[in-house]
Design a protein around this ligand. Structure first.
Ligand code: WQD
Length: 330
């Protein structure tokens, strides 16, 4: 299939483009480079040995988006493009609602105009809010603690309503847990602009001396060791999940958790990183981060049953591959 990948030079988008190309699909990438680098395109082409049409376009630009759809006979869209920093979304709600929701509407309108009926949407476990773990796809969504999470929930509802109105549309909503790790080549990985918000790139930068120590946000949660528990999933597994969702996409509306089903605490993650890479990570226990949940991990049975997909890599592989990417980055 010929797939338009919005945000295709981002962390998850770039790994998914590699997986799509290696599965025999062709991709067209659109990305405004607001949180990615053009060099990632070269790296994806280097890994896959394929030429890839790329458009430096903001997906809120209606004319530019329609021009891309008019040039390519697309079979599907995987929509990653969007702002994704939780903390930043609290400070900049207008930008987050405008960018993340308007872009989804523009892509959906272009799909209708150009008869593209397969749509895979990049959602997030954040939409579950403070539900009881493990999170299951059939749960009612609860309010999240931030505009970023709300834009994901709103986009899910918009796309579901659009799919309900047009039975020809096949929609797959993928709720990621905590993506981590990097491509085995070390050529692509998570390279956030500025100081990382997410823990794995933060630990990797502590490991290479760019950052002094890891501040552990609270150790008084009701968890195995008091620190936050998350379901870390290797980005390669996540990319494979997108290919599985696309290739199994039939009419109707489908929602899948993409996680491992395993919860890992902050202290367990630090130890796994130290053991995997033989590196000491200095830590300091500090106050909880506002908005954090104690525990967040997935029930992953639906994706396994319906897509035949499950995560293959464990936390040790994620720690090894994150470090392998970080130390090769410069
Ligand atoms: C993980 C754990 C922190 C940093 C976010 C988004 C989610 C998704 C993934 C986009 C928590 C602790 C973290 C640090 C720490 N993003 N931590 N020190 O918040 O679970 O999820 O990223 O889709 O939508 O919400 O990820 O990596 O920030 O935190 O102790 O310096 O690590 O408290 O327990 P989070 P995270």
């Amino acid at each position: 299939m010929k797939v338009l990948v919005t945000g295709g030079l981002g962390y998850i988008g770039s790994h998914t483009c590699v997986a799509l190309l290696e599965a025999g699909h062709t991709v067209v990438i659109v990305d405004n480079l607001s949180n990615s680098k053009i060099d990632t395109l070269n790296k994806v082409m280097q890994i896959t040995k394929k030429n890839i049409p790329f458009y430096k376009v903001d997906v809120t630009d209606v004319l530019a988006v329609n021009s891309i759809f008019s040039k390519h006979d697309l079979d599907a869209v995987i929509h990653f493009a969007g702002f994704k920093a939780v903390g930043e979304s609290v400070e900049k709600p207008i930008e987050y609602y405008h960018n993340n929701v308007v872009s989804t509407l523009i892509i959906a309108e272009a799909c209708r105009k150009y008869n593209v009926h397969r749509f895979v949407f990049s959602s997030s476990a954040t939409v579950y809010g403070d539900n009881k773990v493990p999170f299951v796809e059939t749960m009612d969504l609860l309010p999240t603690t931030n505009p970023y999470g709300e834009t994901k929930a709103i986009n899910e509802r918009i796309l579901i309503d659009i799919a309900k109105a047009n039975p020809a549309i096949s929609l797959s909503i993928l709720r990621y847990f905590n993506p981590a790790g990097a491509h085995k080549s070390g050529l692509i990985g998570e390279s956030p602009v500025g100081i990382p918000n997410n823990i794995m790139p933060y630990i990797s930068q502590v490991a290479n001396g760019k950052l002094e120590k890891l501040r552990v946000f609270g150790n008084d949660y009701n968890t195995v060791d008091g620190t936050g528990v998350r379901d870390y999933i290797h980005v390669i597994d996540l990319a494979a999940g997108h290919v599985a969702a696309l290739e199994n996409l039939n009419e109707g509306i489908h929602i899948y958790n993409l996680g491992t089903g395993q919860g890992v605490s902050v202290l367990e993650l630090v130890k796994a990183f130290e053991d995997a890479n033989n590196i000491k990570i200095p830590i300091e226990i500090v106050e909880r981060r506002p908005g954090d949940l104690a525990s967040c991990y997935a029930d992953v049975s639906k994706a396994k049953q319906e897509l035949g997909w499950e995560a293959k890599y464990d936390i040790v592989a994620m720690c090894h591959d994150s470090w392998n990417f970080e130390k090769n980055r410069f």
